[in-house]
Unconditional design. Sequence first.
Length: 217
Amino acid sequence: MSRILLIGATGGVGHRLLPRLIAAGHEVTALHRKPEQAAELRAAGATPLQGDLMAMGAPEMTAAAKGHHVIVFSAGAAGSGLERTAEIDGQGPLKMIAAAKASGIARVYLVSAMPEAGRGKDPNPNFEFYMKTKKEADAALVASDLDWVILRPGTLLHEEEGGGVRLSPAIPYGSVKRGTVAAVLARLIDTPQIRREIFELTDGETPVAEAVAALVR
Ligand SMILES: NC(=O)c1ccc[n+]([C@@H]2O[C@H](COP(=O)([O-])OP(=O)(O)OC[C@H]3O[C@@H](n4cnc5c(N)ncnc54)[C@H](OP(=O)(O)O)[C@@H]3O)[C@@H](O)[C@H]2O)c1
């Protein structure tokens, strides 16, 4: 059993990951920004913790992280503007890194994005900024001495898990069900020997358990 801080617990990936972590026997603290989200998170078996990433600094994140073994970051600004992208997708992971270091937490999981996203489409400055921000967050985490895992899914679909995955350090671009991202994250978290690795993820043919087992060196 691990005590896990889940940042982005109410998101498309996060709300699918939460019950998996609970079912696996973990204790989950679910960070959420709106008071009305607390009851549903508690009903799902988590301990809700209210906090807005736009307002939290590293000290507040450190206070939230205290006492946990693992931090999962699956929050995102979801294209809601440059300032929010910079703060949530950019500064959010940096605050997580600082909080993990200050709290003696080694294991952190970051949901990033495949760098090929948007290739072949008309350039969009907001999207370019988002991808640059995601990459900078990845680079900061890789430069840390934490036991990080970075997961880079392709385009996310609002669907439950199903149909297998393609999962490795480099794969062709594609889409992936949010439920499948949650399933992969849950399995990675329960395979702690996998650490300091970046993986790309799309829907595919291999069952999740088999795909994650194949990543163990
Ligand atoms: N969309 C794609 O195709 C795509 C592709 C690759 C990677 N990704 C990345 O995958 C990750 C998960 O995506 P998703 O679809 O699950 O995201 P999502 O549904 O938009 O969820 C985002 C989460 O972040 C939280 N959040 C947003 N602003 C916050 C704030 N100021 N303070 C605290 N929490 C805040 C949201 O809380 P609320 O419920 O309060 O909004 C929600 O829990 C993101 O990092 C995203 O960038 C997305």
